[in-house]
Design a protein around this ligand. Structure first.
Ligand SMILES: Cc1cc2nc3c(=O)[nH]c(=O)nc-3n(C[C@H](O)[C@H](O)[C@H](O)COP(=O)(O)OP(=O)(O)OC[C@H]3O[C@@H](n4cnc5c(N)ncnc54)[C@H](O)[C@@H]3O)c2cc1C
Length: 449
């Protein structure tokens, strides 16, 4: 018998496509947990970069960051230092921002008379809070977080201006993936980990020309912009800008939360339309057009919009459920938004990237051959697909809920409270270690059968 290992038994090498939150955390995770597997990260841009906006994480996700590598959780904590911590913690304080919800006399501004209590709630006043879990959580500046992640990636791992165009199977009998880049260059690896976001090329290579390949418009779009905290305090008072606020209304809602260690207010203002035909999903707009969307809203919400700095519009697309997250011959596995791009209405799309990375990197750390890689992908797919696709579906529903369109809820604020205060339990109470156990059991079952 030959001493030369067969192609299937050779030490695998991995290509990571895309250096967003998914690709960077996966790189850090594999360097730590699977140091014997060579990896290369290919990024189409000329440098790592995130947009100048906020992103929020809940304790369930920050805990998983720590399981991947305590330095990732530390990066989050560094970026979130200075955020006001309330006791008990609140995800959002919910207020009505839309004047059309006022019942009775316009001057009273009453939007809710609480049944059973002799209590009236006015436009802009707290209706209820959505409690959050205790633990490290909150909003951070995306670019600051990415900068911290980049520091954890040694030189020589990432290659830039490498836009993946196609993947073919190697002709040397290895079954490897040959990556073809837009600049005409190629690279060969045992498998490809597609972290290339919502417009993923790797997704189209895994799913082919199917209904679930391209993301679909969710019916919502969003203005994203920032306000310096000092200005935000002038508009909203001392307390409101320092903790997350949600102003709900008809076919729109506005979120505010502090980022950049409490120095900037992140504003995410949503609106609705039936279709999106522009091939660009991020477009410039005028302040007049933006204000037109909020012409029925309270003076405070309109003042927030008037003071928004460097804002643009993001069309919110999401993926229909993919039947599978990986393919063989050549091996390609989808991670993060490439697998399950979601609307942001439960603030957990990036959190799902983190969970994907934890499970996948743990499974890959046990792989010694290409056969092992496929088994790891199969187990990852089995445990990650149901939870991540549940997020996409429930997030879309949450978007409707926050905009008085929820089925059986509409603009009934008490029904909204009942739904809002219970709907996140499945997401936030999750124990990711049970998923890892399940995935490992799937692999062991195959080995012993
Ligand atoms: C308005 C809004 C608010 C959000 N708020 C939250 C929140 O509060 N909390 C939360 O958890 N999530 C939130 N999300 C979701 C979160 O932003 C995403 O889930 C997350 O950023 C996805 O990361 P990713 O690495 O999978 O993809 P991306 O960040 O899109 O990264 C993909 C990378 O791949 C590169 N790339 C693309 N194609 C190629 C190619 N062919 N070859 C090589 N490289 C390529 C890109 O340049 C990019 O660097 C929000 C999303 C939106 C739109």
């Amino acid at each position: 018998m030959s001493d030369t290992p067969s192609h299937a038994q050779k030490t695998p090498t991995l290509a990571i496509i895309g250096g967003g939150i998914a690709g960077l955390t996966l790189t850090i995770a594999l360097l730590k947990h699977a140091p014997s597997i060579p990896i290369t990260l290919y990024e189409s841009a000329s440098a790592f970069g995130e947009i100048g906006a906020g992103v929020g994480f809940e304790p369930v996700m920050v805990r998983t960051m720590g399981l991947i590598d305590p330095r990732i959780a530390a990066a989050f904590e560094k970026c979130s230092r200075g955020n006001t911590v309330t006791d008990p913690p609140k995800w959002f304080t919910v207020r009505v921002g839309d004047q059309r919800k006022i019942v009775g006399d316009e001057k009273d501004g009453v939007v809710l008379e609480k049944s059973g209590e002799n209590k009236k709630v006015r436009l802009g006043e707290e209706i209820f809070t959505i409690p959050a879990h205790r633990g490290p959580r909150g909003g951070i500046h995306r670019a600051h977080f990415l900068d911290e992640l980049v520091k954890l990636v040694p030189d020589g791992i990432a290659q830039f201006r490498k836009k993946l165009a196609h993947v073919t199977e190697a002709e040397d009998g290895s079954g490897d993936a040959v990556l073809h880049f837009a600049d005409g260059s190629t690279a060969q690896h045992s498998a490809v980990l597609g972290c290339d976001g919502i417009k993923s090329r790797t997704r189209s290579l895994v799913l082919g020309n199917s209904d679930s390949t391209a993301a679909v418009f969710s019916g919502k779009y969003v203005y994203r912009g920032l306000i310096p905290m000092t200005k935000a305090i002038e508009i909203m008072g001392e307390d409101q800008p320092k903790t997350p606020q949600m102003y709900v209304g008809y076919h729109g809602h506005v979120l505010t939360f502090p980022i950049a260690n409490g120095t900037i207010l992140n504003v995410v203002a949503f609106s609705s339309r039936p279709t999106w035909t522009d091939p660009n999903w991020v477009v410039q707009t005028s302040r007049e057009d933006m204000l037109e969307d909020y012409k029925h809203w309270s003076p405070m919400v309109r003042s927030i919009m008037v003071n928004l700095q460097s804002f643009d519009i993001w069309a919110l697309f999401n993926h229909l459920p993919a039947p599978i997250y990986y393919r063989s011959s050549p091996l390609i596995c989808l991670v993060g938004d490439a697998a399950h791009a979601t609307t942001p209405h439960q603030g957990a799309g990036a959190g799902m990237c983190i969970e994907d990375v934890y499970i996948l990197s743990e499974l890959l750390s046990q792989c010694k051959s290409k056969t092992d890689l496929e088994e790891a992908f199969r187990a990852y797919d089995a445990v990650r697909r149901p939870r991540s696709q549940k997020l996409v579906k429930t997030s879309r529903e949450a978007g409707m809920l926050w905009e008085f369109e929820g089925e059986g809820v509409g603009d009934d604020l008490e029904a909204l409270e009942r739904n809002a205060t219970t709907r996140m339990a499945w997401l936030w109470d999750h124990d990711i270690s049970t998923d890892l156990q399940k995935a490992r059991a799937i692999i062991e079952e195959k080995i012993s059968s």
